[in-house]
Design a protein around this ligand. Structure first.
Ligand code: ADP
Length: 588
């Protein structure tokens, strides 16, 4: 990478993923590279030479056979022809033959691990791309002539050729665009007034470009079902973001194999997690245990005195009242079942942390409905109770909070594996003692020194975020879902490594929210956890939580090994590098 230039696609600024990586674009220098002529000319010369001398030699040998002249008696012309034959043969073999032979030898193997079994480095052929990542997107994105141009009639993103067709908006749409631009027609009401979500998004997009004077070229509009997000996932859409999805694994978890979809733009992440999966699989797989499963919501209510607040706390925590409260709570859902209520007083204010099972849903809506039922009910016995907010942050949703780290939220999962010493050496390129020491000084002591809250790990959030994006989870819940303590211990007389991740707050669902969108749903399907589990409601979401923990285990193993082996910076310099000069990227 040149000094002063920065990669176009930068990795996230947290712990970078790493792995020793060899790029195929470091192609071997060919003899032809040294020739002063253009390649097509040297090719033509050697082709012509080759066939000419073959023709010449065959003709002269046929003549010799006809006249009974011994073949080994050669004329000067034949000697020159033989030399030319050898030279052109070597050239053509070097140019075409070696690649052909290599392509035969390097046929894709059925063994998913074969790619890096022999070499110490993972060879990422994809990196031999001819265009920078950003430009690669253009192949499916139609061009807009000008931001003030008519609405682009884009073809499906799946089209083979880029669609550049630009159609003017209909007269009717043009009128609506103008009305939106002038403010006469509220942008947010396009869907309800037009009754056509795709058309609404298209009109909004064009109006937005005209109002801002900024192009949205590159943000796809076509190829998305806008009806599917209406009233559920996103308001006022103007397109959708594309994020590549890579596959790590399969990982052997609790005796089953899972291919883990990861949506990310961080180079190394999938490859590294994949390496961790390999180490786990070769050691016999990982095991997970679900410790707890309950989503929480904690309203804040206020009284005129701390005494009254305390009275409600005692009421809520009295086992005699639990049944009544749970009946009231549970009435709004078939799946939400109250488990506990934990109360905390702050002066005259009371925080009640309701925890309930939520089936296959992540459960925020479900728990909130149940809480509202209870608050309405409590108003009878505590009419002086002032409900300040259905969420009082003691829940605690999408914020770092000790309550989640200690009590858990969503699914609490522990996942472990014993990695054999020779696998640590061969696959992870380090040793057990180095890993154990690094874990102690980095993930435990280092995080303690930093005052970490649930951050006793190397990069759990990297894996959590990528799996969440791929499977339609709420990415903001990555905050508490990434709480994780990674433990490493030498066992079997120091020969093998016991590694575990304990994650108390994995908040996932397989129904509701973004899980029902086509692409996210496909990723859930790949994991075998799509939608509601009819036989055992909640089993799909719990399985997904285990997969998240297993993937984190793989990610932790690989990154920690890379750091222990001192590969981190080196591989990132390679893997996150880009040819693209970002200084040339300007806003339109
Ligand atoms: P969340 O509570 O995670 O925000 P939603 O309320 O959007 O989720 O989605 C849950 C909805 O899915 C509820 O209406 C619920 O009745 C329904 N549902 C159907 N099957 C299940 C299941 N197996 N587990 C949980 N919810 C389910």
């Amino acid at each position: 990478m040149e000094i002063g230039r920065r990669p176009a696609m930068k990795s996230s600024n947290d712990e970078p993923m790493t792995m020793k990586v060899k790029f195929v674009d470091d192609e071997p220098v060919k003899a032809s590279d040294a020739l002063p002529l253009p390649l097509y000319l040297t090719n033509a010369v050697f082709f012509t030479l080759f066939f000419s001398v073959v023709y010449f030699l065959l003709t002269s040998w046929r003549e010799k056979i006809r006249t009974n002249t011994p073949l080994h008696i050669v004329s000067l012309g034949e000697i020159v022809a033989i030399l030319a034959f050898v030279a052109s043969f070597i050239y053509l073999l070097g140019f075409f033959g070696i690649d052909f032979v290599r392509s035969l030898i390097l046929q894709p193997s059925n063994d998913i691990w074969a790619a890096d079994d022999d070499a110490e480095e993972i060879i990422l052929k994809e990196d031999a791309r001819k265009v920078p990542c950003g430009e690669a997107l253009d192949c499916s994105i139609p061009k807009m002539a000008h931001i003030a141009s008519p609405i682009v009639a884009q073809k499906k993103v799946f089209d083979e050729k880029p669609a550049t067709e630009v159609l003017p908006p209909t007269a009717e749409d043009e009128e609506i665009i103008k009305a939106v631009v002038s403010g006469a027609f509220p942008s947010y009401s396009l869907e309800s007034r037009l009754g056509d979500c795709k058309r609404a998004a298209s009109i909004r997009r064009e109006a937005l470009q005209r109002v801002t004077g900024k192009s949205l070229e590159g943000l796809p509009l076509e190829g998305f079902d806008y009806e599917s997000i209406l009233g559920q996932c996103c308001e006022m859409p103007v397109g959708y973001i594309t994020i590549p999805v890579g596959i790590a694994g399969p990982i052997m978890l609790d005796g089953r194999e899972f291919s883990v979809p990861m949506a990310t733009t961080e180079g190394c992440l999938v490859a590294s997690t994949n390496r961790g999966c390999k180490a786990i699989n070769l050691s016999g797989g990982a095991t997970s245990v679900l410790l707890k499963d309950g989503m929480t919501r904690a309203p804040v209510v206020r009284f005129n005195s701390a005494k009254r607040a305390a009275e409600l706390k005692f009421f809520m925590e009295d086992p005699a009242n639990y049944e009544t409260i749970s009946i009231v709570f549970n009435k709004s859902s078939r799946f939400g079942r109250l488990q506990t209520v934990k109360c905390a007083v702050a002066g005259k204010n009371l925080y009640m942390r309701f925890c309930c099972s939520t089936g296959d849903a992540m459960g925020m809506n479900m728990v909130s409905k149940g809480v509202q039922n209870v608050l309405d009910f409590l108003q009878n016995d505590f009419p002086d109770m002032d409900v300040i907010g259905i969420s009082g942050n003691y829940c605690s949703d999408k914020k770092p909070a000790a309550v989640n780290w200690i009590e858990g939220r969503g699914k609490s999962v522990v996942c472990e594996a014993v990695i054999k010493g020779d696998i640590v050496t061969k696959v992870l390129k380090t040793n057990v003692a180095a890993l154990v020491e690094l874990n102690m000084l980095k993930n435990l002591t280092g995080s303690a020194m930093a005052g970490a809250l649930g951050g006793f790990n190397a990069h759990a959030s990297n894996i959590v975020s990528a799996v969440y994006l791929a499977t339609g989870q709420d990415p903001a819940q990555n905050i508490e879902s990434s709480h994780c303590i990674t433990m490493m211990e030498a066992i079997n007389d120091g020969k093998d490594l016991h590694v575990s991740v304990t994650m108390p707050s994995i908040e996932v669902g397989t129904v509701g929210g973004g899980t029902q969108l086509a692409s996210q749903s496909a990723c859930l399907n790949l994991l075998g956890v799509k939608g509601a589990n009819r036989e055992a409601p909640g089993a799909n979401a719990r399985q997904l939580a285990s997969v998240v923990a297993g993937s984190v285990l793989a990610g932790e193993l690989s990154l920690m090994s890379a750091i222990a082996a001192g590969q981190l910076v080196k591989s990132h310099m390679k893997y996150n590098r880009s040819n693209k000069d970002v200084t040339s990227v300007t806003s339109a």
